[in-house]
Design a protein around this ligand. Sequence first.
Ligand code: GDP
Length: 195
Amino acid sequence: LNLNNAEFIRSAAKAADFPRDMLPQVVFAGRSNVGKSSVINKLLNRKNFARVGSAPGKTTHINYFLIDKKLYLVDLPGYGYAKVSQAEKARWGRLIESWFADQTLMTLGVLIVDSRHKPTADDCVMADWFKQSGRPFVVVANKLDKLKKSEIEPNLQRVRETLELDESVKVIPFSAEKGEGRTALLDAILDHQEG
Ligand code: GDP
């Protein structure tokens, strides 16, 4: 899979805009500011492909990137931003619901959490979306560079326990800043390239 061959396809605000061309889809989800754009950029070795630090909560669009004309990288809008209105939250919920209702082709889910903190209630809801999809998913524990060495293991364990992950779900320690975990995430994606 040539990660250097990545192109932005479209921003979808409703189900009618979702691509339906049978290509596999790897979907990224995470709280606003968790570093989802940074993780995607690190994965693709790009500086500013997915936009870092874009206005949190303003993203009620699902961004589709096509990688090597072989699979979609699907960037779900960030959640959990406190200043977002109820109406906007409801819109997010409907969009996510329609995505999960539609996407028989999700080959892998990637849930990004902040390794420094206990996963939030919103993170648990997102994990439930992935569990209910019946599709494989991994959890990326980002911002690992912010942890002391002694905090790493207990924090990863807390992620696993709080999200109630079963053994088959990998928790990948990751730093979008330092590049740690990139190979592990890439391997997970390559392992699930077929639909
Ligand atoms: P998004 O809203 O989830 O797309 O988050 P962004 O990618 O825009 O990142 C939010 C902030 O976290 C930015 O200031 C990033 O530089 C920072 N950030 C993202 N990943 C890491 C990481 O692994 N380590 C550190 N130290 N900072 C990070």
